[in-house]
Design a protein around this ligand. Structure first.
Ligand code: UDP
Ligand code: MG
Length: 317
């Protein structure tokens, strides 16, 4: 098992943090190489996600000075997930293991050691999980935790309190490459790949400079994106709602007939009440049925791999 490590770091308008990030990572990589934990051919890849500031210029300078640093320049801003994917897919050609992390180093880089140890023990995917959110503001904490819970409720299964700080082996990345979907939500897809996995806990710090590139608006669209690109559960919910209202309509039928025969209604009330509920329920139910089929078509168009073979035992091997 080789141990060439590539770090993949998406950067969007990160001029304020890049130099310091590079300095810290250089030290880290040096320590790891000296401790024989990683190969000399290991690299740090910065992916410039169409930044409007000097980010790409800084990456070019870093590469000039030290071959440890590599860079990928995207043609325009494609968002964090796509930038990350570009880096991962490029790195998988050269690396045995790849760790993805943010440019602001909010994720403790000392967890890398433990991730590599787990990789050496045969784990293919090691998730970095935040042990607590003490340093987050109340608002960020509440929205982020609500985010994970809603996601799971809606059928998008993700690892709780895990962002995109994770180690993936070459074969796990090759598995990922088989997912041909355009709307890619990595946190939901990676657990689908399988293979032995593990987690590493770490404390998440604050951004040491610059500001968050994930304002509330982006976070909300990220959540909607995650749910709608991973699962068809919202469609199933329409079916359930239709079914529920249809049941209610039967109750209303009985109630209205009761009122009708006890003579406590005006003419026409019974027919109106009953048809209102029954038709409403039937419409929702049919909509849900149509939705079920659309959901199937949707999942088919994603052409996800149906299996990934981990091992093949064969006489001639
Ligand atoms: N990022 C990116 N493209 C974008 C937005 C963000 O590549 O369109 C990168 C950003 O440079 C950083 C990472 O995604 O490396 C996470 O962003 P940030 O730290 O601002 O998010 P937060 O930690 O506030 O959730
Ligand atoms: Mg951050």
């Amino acid at each position: 098992m080789g141990n060439i490590l590539y770090l993949v770091i998406p950067c969007y308008n990160e001029e304020e943090v890049l130099s310091e990030t590079a300095r810290r990572l250089e030290n880290k990589m040096k320590c790891l190489a000296e401790g024989k934990k990683i190969d000399e051919k290991s690299r740090v890849i910065f992916v410039n996600d169409g930044s409007k500031d000097k980010t790409w210029k800084i990456i070019q300078e870093l590469h000039q000075k030290n071959k440890l640093f590599a860079g990928i320049n995207l043609s325009k801003n494609r968002g964090h997930q796509n930038a990350l994917l570009a880096g991962l897919m490029t790195a998988k050609e050269y690396a045995d293991m790849v760790i993805s992390m943010d440019a602001d180093l909010q994720d403790d880089i000392n967890a890398i050691d433990e991730m590599i140890d787990k990789y050496a023990q045969g784990k293919d995917i090691v998730y970095g999980v935040r042990s607590s959110r003490q340093k987050d503001t109340f608002f960020k904490k509440a929205t982020a935790e609500g985010f994970y819970k809603t996601m799971n409720m809606m059928g998008a299964n993700t690892v709780y309190n895990h962002a995109d700080y994770r180690l993936m082996s070459k074969r796990a990345l090759e598995g990922l490459a088989q997912y041909g979907e355009v709307n890619l939500f990595l946190r939901g897809i990676v657990p689908m790949i399988g293979y032995p996995t593990d987690v590493v806990y770490y404390e998440r710090g604050e951004r040491f400079a610059g500001e968050s590139k994930y304002p509330l608006k982006k976070m909300l669209s990220f959540a909607v994106e995650g749910i709608t690109s991973l699962s068809t559960k919202p469609l199933r919910m329409i079916t359930l709602l239709g079914f529920f209202i249809f049941i209610v309509s039967i109750g209303m039928l009985i109630y209205s007939l009761f009122r009708h025969f006890t003579g406590a209604t005006i003419v026409g009330w019974t027919t109106l009440m009953v048809s209102l509920w029954a038709i409403g329920g039937l419409i929702l139910l049919s909509l849900g049925v149509v939705g079920e089929y659309i959901g199937k078509i949707y999942l088919e168009t994603k052409a996800r791999p149906r299996y990934i073979i981990e091992q093949f035992l064969n006489e001639d091997n």
